[in-house]
Design a protein around this ligand. Structure first.
Ligand code: PHE
Length: 365
């Protein structure tokens, strides 16, 4: 009964004041929660008073009960209001702290770029894929058979020497393995493993022992091969002319085919395009000079036979071109050596945006 005796309006008003002051003084949500527990928690001051209601006389309870309930509800509402005010303040503080000043200059970060060799390879693949060629691959380390013998380089033939071959210590079939001197062994691999009709394009690394402004010991080629029953030299010329126009992105590139010799094609031809030099710039497609850009020819019957294809039934053409050289021509680079030096300034200047994949629909470069 003693509990009930002290409950009167005055003491409730005092309690209300005290609680509101504590709520108002809470600096953060944690402090506010402590205040809430101290007054409204199970053992909080208000809750203890509520428990005391049971011991009051009915009259007293009738008077104090509603007041106490009101006090409790009002304090709970005050805690909630304070809580959301504190949350708003915390959010404002965080927003102020995490503010990004969009007017600040962009911090310079190292930028990646697609190397011109990769770019040109992608361009070549896009052009030939559009003509129905499928991409093929072969390893950099090749057997003597795939790199030479199957391609109709007779053993001991001087043509093997013109390639300045890197020979390895490892051997296969009694011959040293080689770093492939051209991508033509991919022709052999394809014909041995697939039935005609064949239409492949094979980009990759190639190696020759050579080093000056226009030759590096590692360089890149793209090989093309078409085999079926009726393909002839006219198809070769049409296909390569179309390629040149697409690659240099100019109509009416003047090109010519000049007789040449490769052991694996007969007849063989090198393709030249017209160009002129204006100051530092090389202009393709016009002018009074000819520049050789690729080797080509009708696949030699011996090569077909070596790969298990009957030359009386099938024929076709092949071509091979130097990717680095094409990149130099198209994008106006004079020296091949920086292609293979880790110079980020060179790459920043000559490199390509990674997100722009070359395609005939959108544009090659
Ligand atoms: N493999 C030849 C070279 O590297 C290029 C070539 C390929 C020529 C296919 C004719 C046919 O020079």
């Amino acid at each position: 009964m003693s509990d009930a005796a002290v409950i009167d309006r005055a003491s409730l008003d005092a309690l209300d004041k005290k609680a509101r002051a504590a709520i108002g003084a809470s600096a953060d949500e944690k402090a506010l929660d402590e205040v809430r527990v101290a007054f409204l928690g199970k053992k909080g001051e208000v809750s203890l008073l509520m428990r005391g209601l049971g011991g009051m006389s009915p009259e007293q309870r009738q008077e104090i009960g509603p007041v106490l309930n009101g006090l409790r509800d009002n304090l709970a509402a005050a805690v909630e209001a304070k809580k959301s005010a504190l949350e708003d303040a915390a959010l404002d503080a965080r927003l102020a702290q995490e503010r990004v000043d969009v007017t600040l200059p962009v911090r310079s970060e190292p930028k990646g770029a697609i190397h011109p060799v990769s770019q040109v390879m992608d361009e070549l693949v896009a052009i030939f894929a559009d003509m129905g060629f499928v991409q093929a691959e072969g390893p950099d380390i090749e057997s003597d058979w795939n790199n030479f013998t199957a391609l109709n380089f007779p053993e001991g033939h001087p043509a093997r020497e013109i390639h300045d071959t890197f020979f390895l210590e490892a051997e296969k079939d009694g011959h040293p393995m080689v770093l492939r001197t051209h991508t033509s062994p991919v022709q052999v691999r394809t014909m041995v493993s697939q039935k005609p009709p064949i239409r492949i394009i094979a980009p990759g690394r190639t190696y020759r022992c050579d080093w000056d402004a226009t030759h590096t010991p590692m360089f890149h080629q793209v090989e093309g091969l078409v085999i079926d029953k009726t393909t002839h030299m006219g198809h070769l010329k049409g296909c390569l002319k179309e390629f040149v126009a697409a690659f240099f992105e100019i109509d009416g590139v003047e090109a010519r085919f000049r007789p040449h010799f490769f052991p694996f094609t007969e007849p063989s031809a090198e393709m030249d395009v017209r160009y002129e030099r204006v100051g530092d710039e090389v202009r393709i497609g016009q002018g009074d000079k000819w520049m050789e850009i690729l080797g080509s020819g009708m696949v030699h019957p011996n090569v077909l036979r070596n790969c298990g294809i009957d030359p009386d039934e099938y024929q076709g053409f092949a071509f091979g071109m130097g990717v680095d050289r094409l990149a130099m021509l198209k994008y106006g680079m004079h020296d091949l050596r920086p292609f293979f030096e880790p110079d980020t300034r060179w790459l920043a200047h000559y490199g390509f945006t990674p997100t722009l994949l070359p395609s005939l629909a959108v544009g090659l470069s």
